[in-house]
Design a protein around this ligand. Structure first.
Ligand code: SF4
Ligand code: SF4
Length: 403
């Protein structure tokens, strides 16, 4: 732990985190800037059995549209959640390229409910993809991705509807590869993401995976990345930047970061370099709001290996996050007698405090059947939290923010 970071008390950090959100709401984020800076060229890696060579930084359809030409120039060639684009909203920077030069991913959700209550329904998933293809005119999607994934290994064995929808579409040449974006489900009696992904790795036709992964994550996730590499399963890390957004708006944190020992690094750049240094990880999807963020992330992904100041910056961020930022490991969830989806609730808090997407966070929070008010304050969850978060207190705080 960086010594200076130890000086930040937990109460200070909680207070500053909330203030960060307030500031973001008033001032907004930096506008697209430095338009003329030359983008760095991203490395590519093989996306497991799909065989696709994808840029290390994954693009997303919710990035600002002004950013997309820059991202394409920098080598972003794989686009997450591309099903939202219609023929009218498809970025011209992609439309003008040969179709085979970039990869579009269609994420497919459960139907008749959210990711915990919704159902797998072959026909509806099949029709969903057909309709999105009709609306977009892109011809085919490179990757069909089961969004949020299975609740358990048992469900993966007994509910083949998603796979069957994929296979029908593949036969018609409308999709090419099957991937899964897997969450943890202990709050509804299900399994952890790596348990489900380990099962799928030996079962065709899944070829690639996406999952939470960040600095100081559980060893099981790191082990999964190594196993996936051996089995030629693609791996994309998501929710990698816990605490980075709130730290960037925190005056105390910024003051600490001004120390010469961090010079030339930032927590975001250091995190990107740390992720990229894992040769077994294919790529990362990182929420990006403006050109400055993109430049920082793509520069780090395309640049040199981690320097000592990057390690210092990651240490500073880790210390800042202690007691404050949930890493979404879900370790606490199975301990909760009230079956509260603690890590889902804290994921929404991250949307608000790190991505500054308060409306989205409130909408997600509103859809929960059990929110922070269901917490009985029993403390059963506390011993399991590697972040030493006072979970009951944080649930109250988050309810104030999002409820
Ligand atoms: S303190 Fe709240 S969140 Fe933690 S185990 Fe008890 S009821 Fe669940
Ligand atoms: S509150 Fe702690 S144990 Fe629970 S998901 Fe977050 S980091 Fe993990």
């Amino acid at each position: 732990m960086a010594d200076d970071a130890k000086d930040l008390s937990r109460r200070d950090l909680m207070r500053l985190g909330a203030a960060g959100v307030a500031a973001a709401g008033v001032t907004g984020l930096p506008v697209i800037a430095a338009q003329d800076a030359a983008p760095s060229k991203l490395p590519t890696r093989r996306y497991g059995r799909t065989g696709l060579e994808i840029g290390w930084l994954v693009g997303a359809s919710d990035w600002p549209k002004e950013l997309i030409p820059r991202a394409v120039n920098a080598g972003v060639n794989y686009w997450h959640k591309a099903q939202v684009w219609t023929a009218e909203t498809m970025p011209p920077a992609l439309k003008r390229q040969p179709r085979e030069s970039y990869f579009l991913e269609c994420v497919v959700d459960r139907v008749s409910g959210d990711h915990t209550r919704g159902k797998i329904d072959e026909e509806q998933h099949y029709q969903f993809v057909k309709n999105r293809l009709k609306a977009s005119g892109v011809g085919y999607y490179d990757v069909f991705k089961f969004h949020f994934g299975y609740h358990s290994v048992e469900e993966a064995k007994s509910s083949p509807g998603m796979v069957r929808a994929f296979e029908r579409l593949k036969k018609e040449g409308l999709v090419k590869h099957l991937a899964i974006s897997q969450h943890h489900y202990p709050n509804i009696g299900g399994d952890m993401a790596w348990e489900i992904m380990n099962y799928l790795a030996d079962k065709e036709p899944y070829e690639a995976t996406q999952f939470f992964y960040t600095y100081n994550d559980r060893k099981e996730v790191q082990e999964w990345i190594d196993v996936a590499k051996k089995k030629d399963i693609g791996t994309i890390a998501m929710k990698t930047m816990g605490g980075v957004g709130r730290a960037a708006q925190d005056g105390k944190f910024k003051k600490l970061l001004a120390d010469p020992k961090f010079q030339g690094s930032t927590p975001a750049a250091a995190m990107v370099k740390w992720l990229r240094s894992n040769e077994n990880l294919t790529a990362a999807v990182i929420a990006t709001k403006n050109f400055d963020q993109f430049r920082e992330n793509s520069g780090a992904a395309a640049g040199l290996a981690m320097a000592p100041q990057d390690r210092e910056a990651l240490g500073l961020l880790a210390a800042y996050n202690k007691g404050l930022t949930c890493l979404l490991c879900a370790e606490c969830v199975s301990a909760c007698p009230e079956h509260i989806g603690i890590s889902d609730i804290f994921r929404y808090e991250r949307y608000a405090r790190d991505y500054h997407e308060l409306d989205r966070a409130r909408a997600e929070y509103a859809s929960l059947t059990r929110n922070g008010t269901s917490c009985a304050g029993c403390g059963d969850c506390l011993p399991s939290c590697p972040q030493e978060i006072d979970i009951a207190a944080k649930l109250k705080d988050v309810h104030k923010l999002l409820g």
